[in-house]
Design a protein around this ligand. Structure first.
Ligand SMILES: [Zn+2]
Length: 168
């Protein structure tokens, strides 16, 4: 098989069997010696709190305590922000209720409140975790198939290749 330049550039995405994954000993983000581990969630599906089609698997990656603390702190702030945004959205809709109801029926207005709320919930539950993992850890889950094959994304393609070789 010929490896083209193009193929070499897409090695940031690596497929794994969920039950067998070996990782190097260094921090997955900064490559300093790791002192602890952190779970990186790989999932597929949609979770809208009331309606859920969801598969996930947690991968344990070595990480230094500084990178772990940073990821956890920003993750907590993200959840607080998402909850405040959802509450703020609903409250602002009630503040403008009198004004809005001059232009539309109450049913449509309630639908808009709910759609906004679920959009915030969808973002917080389905997109925020992998976005923060990619930003702060340099690794995130992309998808997980029914057959248990997980695709992970790595910012550093050298690390992606190293992990791919270790899990051959
Ligand atoms: Zn680190």
């Amino acid at each position: 098989m010929k490896a083209t330049r193009n193929e070499a550039q897409v090695t940031q995405r690596v497929d794994f069997q969920t039950e067998t994954i070996v990782t190097p000993g260094n921090c997955v983000n900064c490559r300093q010696p790791a002192s602890t581990t952190i779970n990186v969630e790989c999932s597929s599906g949609v979770d809208l709190i009331l309606f859920k089609v969801w598969r996930w698997h947690d991968f344990e990656f070595p990480v230094c305590s500084w990178c772990k603390r940073r990821r956890q702190t920003v993750g907590t702030l993200g959840i607080v922000f998402a909850v405040l945004a959802a509450i703020g959205w609903i409250m602002s809709m009630f503040v403008f209720e009198g004004f809005v109801l001059r232009f539309m029926p109450r049913e449509l207005w309630l639908c808009m409140v709910l759609v906004g709320f679920f959009a915030a919930a969808y973002f917080a539950r389905n997109l925020m975790t992998s976005a923060l993992d990619a930003w702060l850890l340099g690794v995130c889950g992309v998808r997980l198939t029914k057959q248990g094959v997980a695709t992970l994304w790595f910012r550093d393609d050298e690390l992606a290749n190293e992990i791919k070789a270790m899990n051959r």
